[in-house]
Design a protein around this ligand. Structure first.
Ligand SMILES: NC(=O)c1ccc[n+]([C@@H]2O[C@H](COP(=O)([O-])OP(=O)(O)OC[C@H]3O[C@@H](n4cnc5c(N)ncnc54)[C@H](O)[C@@H]3O)[C@@H](O)[C@H]2O)c1
Length: 351
């Protein structure tokens, strides 16, 4: 049997996120963590069994198959573009850049190089969310006309310099587009800060999507109650995916034709409600498995860099809508159908 060499991977940025990535890469089949980079010597000192460098540029001669970029947000464009120029595929933490133009430059750099670049969009790989997406796409739960998400946590400001919209709501913006297969055409929002932090700590956003769907997103990073729920209303009922209880509950109805005209007291009966237990799995690991699959040319549900740019267009619109009180159209006209594009797997270059 032919033995394939493991993919040679490196992690750039060794903060909390970088440590999670290195731990996953050390245990991922078919992948070898061969190098890390960080300008901070204290953080570098924790790694002695791999090549250790002070900057991404110092890794470019190592014949890497890919890098994970887990630097602070302002550094991601420069680091990512250096990788693209050097021909190294990358999985980049989200938001991939501090602004839409920077995100577009990054996406274009990878596209122009014909390289695989993806956003570390771990929430798509949360097992209940992934299952919800699979079943919706398979037609099992019907077609979506409304999405609601609730993401509450006591995270504080773990992404220095960003508010809850870029830290948390960006995941739900991605999920709304991913689950519906549509892009966002208008945004109304309110964001506010009630804690001592420098940025907004809770937000509500209402999105209209290109297929006529609507989504409402609630996030709060100072809540003592943790919640991670995605609800999809479809022409076949209502599906509630709860990432904390690892369950999906489908409340079925027979179709939309009669529901507006007739109340149906039987719709709450147990025979119309189906619960699914979804096996627990690590979303971080899931996104790495998906990226590895894409790199190997297998079908894989990764978030492309253009999709990452599209989410930034929407989160920027959320902030503008909240500031102005107006409905805002995301400035992603430069991203035709970005939300609908599937990943373009790049054939793995055998080493
Ligand atoms: N903390 C989490 O749990 C978490 C989870 C998911 C995603 N994220 C994302 O990951 C990002 C990083 O989070 P963190 O908590 O690890 O941040 P952090 O600030 O603790 O770590 C960032 C690291 O990057 C290094 N760095 C800075 N500039 C660099 C450069 N040019 N090249 C290489 N390394 C550089 C820093 O020295 C630091 O060690 C966040 O912005 C967030 O978007 C974080």
């Amino acid at each position: 049997m032919a033995v394939t060499k493991p993919l040679r991977a490196a992690v750039i940025g060794l903060g909390r996120a970088g440590h999670i990535h290195t731990a996953v890469l050390r245990s991922l089949d078919g992948v070898a963590l061969v190098a890390v980079a960080d300008p901070d010597p204290v953080r570098r000192a924790a790694f002695d069994s791999v090549h250790v460098a002070a900057s991404a540029e110092d890794l470019l001669e190592l014949e890497l198959d890919y890098c994970v970029v887990a630097t602070p947000i302002p550094e991601r464009e420069q680091v990512g573009r250096a990788l693209a120029v050097a021909g190294v595929p990358a999985l980049i933490e989200g938001p991939i850049a501090p602004s839409l133009p920077a995100a577009m430059r990054l996406a274009e750099a990878f596209d122009n190089a014909g390289l695989l670049g993806a956003v570390a969009q771990s929430e798509r790989h949360n097992p209940v969310v992934k299952e919800l997406g699979l079943r919706l796409r398979g037609g099992g739960f019907g077609s979506v006309y409304q999405v609601a998400t609730r993401r509450y946590d006591r995270l504080g400001d773990h992404s220095p310099g960003v508010g809850v919209v870029a830290q948390m709501a960006i995941h739900d913006v991605d999920l709304a587009m991913w689950l519906t297969g549509s892009h966002v055409t208008s945004v109304a929002a309110n964001v506010a800060r009630v804690s001592g932090g420098g940025h907004e700590d809770h937000a509500v956003a209402l999105l209209r999507l290109s297929g006529g769907e609507n989504a409402d997103i609630q996030v709060n990073r100072i809540s003592p109650r943790k919640e991670r729920v995605v609800i999809a209303h479809t022409d076949r009922g209502c599906v509630v995916a709860d990432a904390l209880t690892h369950t999906i509950i489908h409340y079925a109805h027979d179709g939309l034709d009669d529901v507006a005209r007739t109340a149906d007291p039987t719709s709450y009966l147990p025979e119309k409600v189906t619960s699914y237990e979804v096996p627990v799995a690590d979303p971080f690991r899931g996104q790495h498995e998906a990226f590895r699959g894409a790199l190997l040319g297998l079908s894989s549900d990764i978030a492309t860099l253009r999709q990452g740019a599209a989410t930034i267009a929407v989160t920027e619109a959320v902030i503008t809508a909240a500031r102005t009180g107006a409905c805002v159209t995301p400035t992603d006209h430069v991203l035709p159908s970005a939300s609908l594009r599937s990943a373009q797997p790049v054939a793995f270059r055998p080493t």
